[in-house]
Design a protein around this ligand. Structure first.
Ligand code: AP5
Length: 604
């Protein structure tokens, strides 16, 4: 069962509609962004924008809020993973109109580059003066100006807390890539589709209320009162000629941008009544929000024991949430399994994002140890699925491979633990979105399996069967994969005796050297007395990019077990170092792999 803190966090992701609550939407809209007319403040801002691009302290530009006059408000309780949405479409496709409705319903922070730029223009700032000539000509404002504004806004706390709705950005491939480099990605990329002829009519008839920022149309959405009508303004770029130029620029860029978000892109027919358009967007975003919640559940954010966290090395404090207890009781609960899946996922994602390409994951809790019980292979498959789907979510084509039958004639066969694994993978539920066969492919280990479109390879428990060495197939595969990442999950690549009982000696050194060339990005192992499986004495954990952490399992005064950290090591410690840490000896003291704690040697 999830602890109370964790449960309440999951439950709080529900959206509560409060039709009578006072409007909060003003504080949720980016049209609230107000540039300062002071040029000295403005100069400071330009400098800071540049700083943000280089990843330093985020800037907090001066902002005020403007009432939007919405009749009801939705309070979106805070979630750990608030929605992140991009909305795109040709000029006048209805982005601004739909954003108003999305903000009302989902409480996201609306960041519209058009609105931010227009605010700079009307405040007469340096950015505004630069942007004005481009905007009035119906052209794009230079990337560096817009990117700086957007990244500054996204880096603020409210964007992280409420989630965001990015409107009108990115508008070029370079802008999309700027966000990718900063690892800023939406959950969903909405594209509104409207025929050209309608777009021109919408632009020419558009009017804005400078007080409420509400968007009207002379024919389809006329203002409610004469007073409002009298103050409406027309955008200088809303002439037919300029709209055509904007439309052309949009079309030139649209394809390149959508290639960045192809796996999360949802096209919506925007040539319908605005409420009907919103209905589709609303259900799409609600679905995305539910999916986010499910992933959070999957991540099984177990907050186990705050005492543990205080002892942790600072490198681990950010993401690490404590070793689950009662690990000898199998089958493990779903929460425990999820804890490990999430732990492994973070490490592999981090390593791949940092450009590491030869990786191995070694996780040896009882539930994931098919040596103890071949049925445990199902849990291993579940781990593989979590990792594969997560990379597929990032738009990567993932090939999941199991070694096929090796050897010839009477010696043909595969390791017992892998029997039937490929079938399990084929029949597994790979989600509702048709990920399998598009983003997830199942294959065998070997050079011939590597195809041009594959982005990443996950190899399930590759191992040497008696007399048959997997390393040649493995090497052929990694050579064909080139720089693309190859992740080995629980590999066993040590030489085994052949069927004759004799070790294969030809090329042995090279094989072992090759096996060692995979970098460990995750390692978890329970520690026991030598030759026993009870009680658990401690655990060793290493997760990319950090060093190795050694834990001791202790029973608290109430009898509740917990893991306390004993020591950290830059690399995996040897038996002596582990024994010394358990005995409380300082690091440089003479090592002796004997005595009471020598039992630990059994784990290696
Ligand atoms: P921006 O303000 O973003 O303009 P845009 O993308 O051209 O989009 P619009 O604001 O014109 O239209 P919209 O899709 O929001 O439609 P709306 O809801 O208002 O950018 C302006 C300029 O800033 C750019 O040209 C560029 O110079 C610069 N810029 C901005 N971002 C930049 C970036 N990232 N990089 C570089 N430069 C950048 O609706 C339009 C009309 O249609 C309204 O009258 C509305 O009432 C009506 N309408 C809406 N929905 C419907 C419907 N369903 N049925 C009938 N009518 C509808």
């Amino acid at each position: 069962m999830l602890p109370a803190a964790s449960l309440s966090c999951l439950q709080s992701t529900n959206i509560n509609i409060h039709p009578t609550a006072p409007s909060l939407s003003s504080s949720l809209s980016s049209s609230s962004y107000q540039p300062s007319s002071s040029s000295s403040l403005h100069n400071r801002r330009l400098v800071s924008f540049t700083t943000i691009i280089h990843g330093n302290t985020p800037l907090t530009p001066t902002t005020t809020t403007k009432p939007k006059g919405h009749s009801h408000t939705v309070i979106c309780a805070s979630t750990n993973e608030p929605l992140k949405v991009m909305i795109s479409g040709a000029p006048a496709s209805g982005k601004g109109t739909q954003c108003e409705l999305i903000v009302q319903k989902f409480g996201l922070l609306h960041i519209s580059t058009g609105d931010l730029l227009r605010a700079e223009v009307s405040a007469g700032t340096e950015i505004g003066n630069k942007a004005k000539e481009f905007m009035n000509a119906g052209q794009l404002v230079p990337d560096e100006i817009v990117t700086a504004m957007v990244t500054a806004r996204l880096s603020r706390e409210d964007a992280k807390e409420k989630g965001w709705l990015l409107d009108g950005y990115p508008r070029s491939f370079a802008q999309a890539q700027s966000l990718e480099k900063l690892k800023i990605r939406p959950d969903v990329y909405v594209v509104l589709e409207v025929p050209d002829v309608i777009l021109i009519d919408r632009c020419v008839g558009r009017r804005l209320d400078p007080v409420t920022r509400k968007i009207y149309h002379v024919k389809s959405f006329p203002p409610e009162t004469e007073e409002i009508k009298a103050r409406l303004v027309t955008r200088p770029d809303d002439t037919e000629e300029k709209v055509k130029s904007r439309l052309e620029i949009y079309k030139q860029n649209a394809k390149a941008i959508s290639s960045t978000y192809s796996n999360i892109m949802k096209k919506i027919d925007g040539n319908r009544q605005k409420d009907m358009v919103f209905k589709d967007i609303e259900s799409l975003l609600s679905q995305t929000q539910n999916d986010n919640m499910k992933s959070m559940e999957l991540a099984g954010k177990l907050v186990l024991d705050s005492d543990n966290r205080s002892n942790l090395p600072s490198s681990s404090k950010d993401n690490w949430i404590g070793i689950p207890t009662r690990l000898n009781n199998i089958p493990h609960s779903r929460e425990i399994r999820n804890y490990f899946y999430y732990d492994v996922l973070q490490a592999t994602q981090g390593a791949v994002n940092d450009g590491r390409s030869r990786l191995k994951v070694e996780i040896n809790i009882p539930e994931l140890n098919p040596e103890m019980d071949v049925y445990r292979i199902g849990t291993l498959m579940e781990l593989v699925r979590v990792i594969a789907l997560s990379f597929a979510d990032d738009g990567k084509v993932v090939k999941v491979c199991v070694q096929g039958s090796m050897g010839e004639g009477a010696l043909a066969g595969m390791p017992l633990q892998l029997a039937g694994t490929r079938k399990i993978l084929e029949f597994m539920d790979w989600g509702d979105y048709g990920a399998k066969d598009t983003f997830i492919k199942i294959g065998s280990i070997g050079g011939k399996e590597v195809e041009e479109q594959d982005d990443l390879f996950i190899l399930v428990a590759p191992q040497n069967a008696v007399g048959n060495c997997i390393i040649d197939d493995l090497r052929a595969m990694t050579e064909a994969a080139g720089k693309r990442p190859v992740i080995l999950i629980n590999p066993k690549l040590k030489d085994l005796p052949g069927s004759s009982g004799v070790m294969q000696t030809m090329g042995r050194d090279k094989r072992l050297e090759y096996a060692a060339s995979f970098e460990s990005c995750y390692f978890f192992r329970l520690l026991y007395y030598m030759g026993t499986q009870y009680p658990i004495m401690g655990a060793l954990r290493m997760t990319y990019p950090y060093g190795c952490e050694l834990y001791k399992r202790v029973d608290g005064p109430s009898g509740k077990e917990k893991y306390v950290i004993l020591s950290t090591f830059p690399k995996r410690p040897n038996i002596d170092e582990i024994n010394d840490a358990f005995e409380g000896k300082p690091r440089d003291q003479a090592k002796k792999a004997s005595g009471f704690w020598a039992f630990l040697s059994g784990v290696f």
